[in-house]
Design a protein around this ligand. Structure first.
Ligand code: GLA
Length: 387
């Protein structure tokens, strides 16, 4: 892609004088299987999508940072002394958080920068536009200021910015997938060792995203609650298994034998994590056999565990999953990402088309008086510089 052709370059030229010197793209992601396993030292598989965030940057001569978005907002900040913002300008916490983390890692910023940001990711669709924003920023700033790291390093920068500056205690899934994505491949992460691998998507398998458009007012606090409950479950289990450093090191047999000693709620939270790790392994085995029916069964089981054990589903997502499961061309469906609203992902064969999607949307709308947003996407490339 030529710099001049991309949208963020055009936005840049409208707002700033001169040309951007660098431009970078980073994708959103689908969480394929492995729900809330990442911050529990577990296994997860995701896919980068072809939609994402593009950023164009140039150096300024003063000590200012100017950031403009395609929503029309322009925010001006001083270089250094970075503090998270609240209110309408809080979207800049993503690039500023990344700038701060990279500076702490040794990136030298003698002068500030201009940045233009455009997105092809549907807002609030549960496809992690935040990780895409962080990774695109990190790639662009690294090129701008001559900072070097490897792909895992970029993923960690994004996560650190999210954890420490944005204040969301997420794991490495979103940033890892946005960094390591590869067209027509899944990304598998072992979060205990932070090792990343890719494996080909099975032939003829398609992703459809159904965004319920249901917003949960307390998504961030609900996520933090689950994070805390998982650590409480681990602390109770460590009475029996002191060697376990995270929930993902507990086996299904161990969990069952300690069930009576655990609070009922904490047992269900742990059962979700332990079960998800087993399902990631089952999906990996099924993929190697090209057994998409078995993959689909694991996706459906994951959603059921979210609904019953982890309670991070909501009625609207359950409806979408039930409607999708009735379609013979759907292998499986599950909520994707943190939950508490957001989107469902369906793995389908090539015969699932817009007509089926529209039927599901109509039935959903009749039940919930909400119009879902639907789109068909495929696994795309990870964060990269554009030239
Ligand atoms: C969000 C977080 C991820 C992960 C998922 C749930 O997307 O950002 O780190 O925990 O939820 O699997």
């Amino acid at each position: 892609m030529k710099l001049i052709d991309n949208l963020s370059t055009q936005l840049f030229q409208r707002h700033f004088s001169g040309q951007p010197s660098h431009s970078a793209f980073a994708p959103g992601r689908i969480e394929f299987i492995g729900n809330h396993t990442d911050y529990n030292g577990g296994l997860v598989m995701g896919a980068a999508v072809t939609e994402g965030i593009t950023i164009a940057v140039s150096l300024r001569e003063d000590a200012q940072i100017h950031i403009v978005s395609d929503a029309g907002d322009l925010v001006e900040l001083p270089l250094g002394n970075y503090q998270p913002l609240t209110g309408v300008d809080s979207w800049t916490n993503y690039p500023i958080g990344v700038t701060k983390v990279m500076t702490e890692l040794g990136m030298r910023t003698p002068t500030g920068y201009n940045m233009a940001v455009t997105s092809t990711l549907p807002a609030g669709a549960g496809m992690s536009s935040s990780a895409a924003f962080e990774l695109a920023t990190a790639k662009a700033l690294a090129a701008l200021y001559g900072f070097e790291t490897d792909t895992a390093g970029f993923a960690r920068i994004g996560r650190k910015a999210e954890n420490e500056f944005v204040g969301m205690p997420c794991g490495i899934l979103d940033q890892g997938v946005s960094a390591f994505g590869q067209a027509d491949h899944l990304v598998k992460i072992d979060c205990a060792t932070e090792s990343f691998a890719t494996e080909p998507m099975p032939q003829g398998a398609h992703f459809w995203i159904f965004n319920s458009n249901k917003k949960h007012a307390l998504v961030d606090s609900a996520y933090a609650d689950r994070h805390r409950e998982c650590h409480e479950a681990l602390a109770q289990l460590q009475a029996d298994y002191p060697e376990a450093q995270n929930l993902s090191q507990i086996t299904e047999a161990q969990l069952e034998s300690s069930k009576d000693k655990l609070d009922e709620l904490l047992y269900r939270r742990a059962a979700h994590i332990v079960g998800e790790n087993a399902r990631v392994q089952a999906v990996e085995a099924a993929l190697s056999q090209n057994d998409l029916a078995a993959v689909g069964a694991a996706l459906n089981a994951s959603h059921e565990s979210s609904r019953v054990n982890f309670e991070n589903s909501i009625e609207e997502l359950d409806t979408l999953v039930e409607l999708l499961k009735q379609q013979p061309t759907v292998f499986g469906a599950r909520l994707t990402g943190g939950g508490f609203g957001g989107a469902v992902m369906a793995l389908t064969n090539a015969d699932f088309g817009q007509t089926h999607a529209d039927q599901i949307a109509t039935a959903f709308e009749a039940k919930h008086q909400l119009e879902p947003s639907i789109f068909h996407t495929r696994a795309g490339d990870g964060a990269k510089l554009l030239d």
